[in-house]
Design a protein around this ligand. Structure first.
Ligand code: OGA
Ligand code: MN
Length: 284
């Protein structure tokens, strides 16, 4: 069966049918997938029936795997596969409950953030649970020249903790304590990032992780960040993914911000297996 790619929005995001991720992919097919991935940024593989080892084998082709979250939030025997879920077994959540609940690019508070993130839908809620993606190249290109000049060569200040970031709220139980424990240093990244493969420029700031601009007073920096965030999520720049069972979705964190939309009841189960790979250090 040949690869078939259908657009999911005007500018980015495609759905692929005719590829079985439980099988070894030949090099030609894989190269075609990589090409679509860097150009379209969100790739949805429909109708997958895969096990953690298949997800790992495919994910690994995009870079070294990340091992995130806590031991008891990962698939037993496959520590690089994390579980995102609101499901409880014996009164205890089996995975991460509220991952990605504000616009962000994965791990952008680290020196070397994530490249690709992959989610495989094992269970989807009847209502809610969508994931939204915003095109950071489109957002950058839509900026007036005056704003492009103001951010040229500037570094954003990125921070993991939600404490002290007025744009986000701590939603998880015990979150305050968690973020105090996990608090880390600020990490600087160029606000305008060049994609290492396509050479396209994109905005590399997010409400979740970017808390300031290096060398700029907050009186100027905060309204400027608000303006940038508004451009990022302008209509036409966002694709909202409504999950179908068996969807395997991967996205390019060098090109996109994304967020979990939530909106499902606690007894309406969503269960995703998550893998991600480490990328390069962002450059202007
Ligand atoms: C993530 C993430 C969004 C979702 O896994 O990094 O942001 O909809 N997930 O689960
Ligand atoms: Mn995320």
């Amino acid at each position: 069966m040949a690869l078939n790619a259908q657009p999911l929005s005007d500018k980015f995001a495609v759905a692929i049918t005719g590829v079985d991720l439980s099988k070894e992919l030949d090099q030609e097919l894989f190269d075609e997938i990589v090409d679509i991935f860097v150009r379209k940024q969100v790739v949805v593989f429909r109708d997958q029936h895969i096990e953690p080892q298949h997800q790992l084998a495919f994910s690994r082709k995009f870079g070294p795997l990340e091992m995130l979250f806590d031991d008891d939030q990962r698939v037993a025997g496959f520590p690089e596969v994390a579980i995102l879920s609101n499901e409880k077994v014996a009164g205890k959540f089996i995975g991460v409950v509220a991952a990605g609940d504000f616009w962000h690019s994965d791990q952008s508070y680290r020196k070397t953030p994530s490249l690709a993130t992959m989610l495989y839908a094992h269970k989807i809620p009847k209502i809610g649970g969508d994931t939204e993606f915003a095109d950071m190249h489109g957002a950058y290109e839509s900026l007036p020249d005056e704003i492009k000049k103001r951010i040229e060569g500037r570094m954003g200040i990125n921070q993991r903790s939600k404490l002290g970031n007025h744009r986000v709220a701590v939603t998880r139980e015990g979150g305050e304590e968690y973020y105090q424990r996990k608090a880390a240093n600020n990490v600087l990244h160029p606000m305008v990032r060049t994609h290492p493969v396509t050479g396209r420029k994109g905005l590399y700031v997010s409400p979740r992780f970017t808390v300031g601009i290096e060398g700029m007073d907050d009186a100027e920096a905060q309204p400027l960040l608000d303006t940038l965030f508004a451009y990022q999520t302008a209509p036409g720049n966002v694709y909202r993914h409504k999950w179908t069972l068996g969807d395997f979705v991967m996205w390019d964190n060098r090109s996109l911000n994304h967020q979990a939309c939530g909106g499902y009841a606690m007894d309406d189960i969503r269960l995703m297996h998550r893998t991600s790979t480490i990328g390069d250090e962002p450059f202007a």
